[in-house]
Write a protein that binds this ligand. Structure first.
Ligand SMILES: Nc1ncnc2c1ncn2[C@@H]1O[C@H](COP(=O)(O)OP(=O)(O)O)[C@@H](O)[C@H]1O
Ligand SMILES: [Mg+2]
Length: 149
């Protein structure tokens, strides 16, 4: 597994707060990067991507929807191509190999964000950054732990 040397901890108390944090952390995510988004269902992984997409000029909050069934959504930003995956429905490394993820992540202008990427060793070995979202002290509070190298 790659070692992450830097980290940031952030807190949000609303959906819009999570979108705002997505916009804020985008400056840490210089393409090309493979970023794993971890956290239980409903923690706000997709919501965070909405903020990242907005910051990149890749789409509005409404444009960004969960790629749960299609597995991959792609958005063209001003400079960066945002590639958003959700691997909740995949179970095996063989299925991951079939995605062409390594090729996507090799493109110099690609920022690849992978929900549920932590299910797969092959992805964790190659990840440049990880954003973990956990529940805070109440229903709408979320704690973000961003780690990158
Ligand atoms: N602070 C928050 N940030 C993001 N989502 C929140 C927050 N508080 C409550 N929610 C709710 O949690 C859900 C997050 O959904 P989503 O972003 O799709 O999560 P995930 O992609 O992690 O499954 C939404 O229903 C949203 O209304
Ligand atoms: Mg999601």
């Amino acid at each position: 597994m790659k070692e992450f040397t830097r980290e940031k901890r952030l807190r949000t108390r609303s959906v819009n707060g999570t979108i705002a944090l997505g916009e804020l952390i985008t400056e840490l995510l210089i393409a090309p990067k493979l970023v794993v988004l971890r956290g239980d269902l409903g923690m706000g992984k997709t919501t965070l991507v909405k903020g990242i997409a907005a910051a990149l000029g890749a789409g509005t909050a409404d444009d960004v929807t969960s790629p749960t069934f299609t597995l991959v959504h792609e958005y063209q930003g001003r400079k960066v191509r945002l590639i958003h995956l959700d691997l909740y429905r995949l179970d095996t490394e063989r299925e991951v190999e079939g995605l062409g993820l390594w090729e996507m992540a090799a493109a110099p202008d690609a920022l690849v964000l992978v929900e549920w990427g932590d299910k797969f060793n092959s992805i964790m070995e190659r990840a440049d950054a990880e954003i973990a979202i956990t529940q805070g002290e109440n229903e709408t509070e979320r704690l973000l732990h961003v780690r990158w190298s």
